[in-house]
Design a protein around this ligand. Structure first.
Ligand SMILES: NC(=O)c1ccc[n+]([C@@H]2O[C@H](COP(=O)([O-])OP(=O)(O)OC[C@H]3O[C@@H](n4cnc5c(N)ncnc54)[C@H](O)[C@@H]3O)[C@@H](O)[C@H]2O)c1
Length: 286
């Protein structure tokens, strides 16, 4: 059986990812500071501080009688947004955890690494440095605007060099949009307050579709570094997307027609190269 380590498997996205892998027949190990409130019985939990390299290396080589090797690593653990802890504490936790995971995976001979990058690399929150064009894709240089997204930019750059050192290594950074669980849909749609969701161009990702993207990234036979935008195909709004473009970003370059409620974050690259096929929308209710 393929064994996948998921860091941050007790978190919002991590819980969906752990479920996805268990349901698809993987052995799953969750490395997190805290246990998951609703982990499937099959998943192993190892309480781990990812900022401690020794602990991370131990967990990627094997832990006593729990397991003895790891085939793939999905690294999701992080403080997941700016402003939750002081700036330098945030970037220190996130980037230290990531270099520890990347380095330990290399030392343990694990060639399959997928981790959570972020939409915030794309010029989000929207403002002076908003994306250069819509729909937003992966083709322009990242433009981090916070300590949080600066950390994600550093991680992508580290991955670029890890794969340069070892071209047989796969390192996929998934630039997730704002992650939503089913319970969050009680607050949808957001038309009453479009400004609140303008920061990320009214986009989101259902946690179950995010988990599917993670599994497909782990299963893909790509090598080298790749970044993918992972967003739901629709917005968080009921009104057509073009209305918000005309109201908030009328001068932005439009590279294709904006149909209906389609998202301004394009996941076409993930559809093409990973076979990502999102299935859930807040419009379908619970
Ligand atoms: N939530 C979003 O909207 C969003 C959007 C884009 C990207 N992301 C990224 O996706 C990933 C998962 O986000 P989430 O929303 O599930 O976050 P979350 O806060 O719900 O879960 C993160 C988990 O990581 C663990 N963790 C953090 N630092 C740790 C450390 N040093 N050692 C051990 N465990 C540690 C926490 O205990 C927590 O369980 C993060 O990397 C985040 O940056 C999230």
């Amino acid at each position: 059986m393929t064994r996948v380590v998921v860091t941050g498997g007790s978190g919002k996205l991590g819980r969906a990812v752990v479920r996805e892998f268990v349901e698809h027949g993987y052995d799953v190990v969750n490395l997190d500071r805290v246990p998951s409130p609703d982990a499937p019985a099959e998943a192993v939990f190892i309480r781990t501080d990812l900022t401690d390299y020794g602990q991370v290396l131990n967990c990627l080589i094997g832990v006593d009688d729990r397991y003895d090797h790891v085939d793939a690593v999905v690294h999701l653990a992080a403080v997941p947004a700016p402003g939750q802890v002081p700036d330098v504490a945030l970037i220190t936790n996130n980037v230290t955890s990531s270099i520890n995971v990347f380095h330990a995976a290399r030392a343990a001979g694990i060639k399959n690494v997928v981790w959570a990058s972020s939409e915030t690399l794309l010029g989000i929150p929207m403002g002076e440095f908003h994306p250069p064009y819509i729909p937003v894709d992966e083709e322009f240089a990242v433009r981090p605007q916070s300590s949080y997204s600066l950390g994600k930019a550093v991680e992508e750059e580290m991955a670029r060099h890890f794969t340069r050192w070892d071209p047989s290594l796969k390192m996929i950074g998934l630039r997730f949009s704002n992650v939503m669980d089913v319970a969050d849909y009680d607050g949808f749609p957001w038309d009453r307050d479009p400004e609140k969701k303008s920061f990320n161009l009214w986009s989101y990702i259902d946690s179950r579709d995010g988990a599917q993207a993670v599994r497909k990234a782990v299963e893909s036979d790509l090598t080298g570094f790749e970044a993918f935008i992972i967003a739901s195909p629709d917005t968080v709004m009921e009104a057509p997307t073009i209305e918000f473009v005309e109201r908030y970003i009328p001068d932005i370059e439009r590279r294709s027609e904006i149909d209906g409620v389609s998202s301004l974050l394009s996941s076409e690259k993930a559809r093409e190269l990973l076979g990502y096929a999102p299935q859930y929308s807040w419009r379908d209710g619970r």
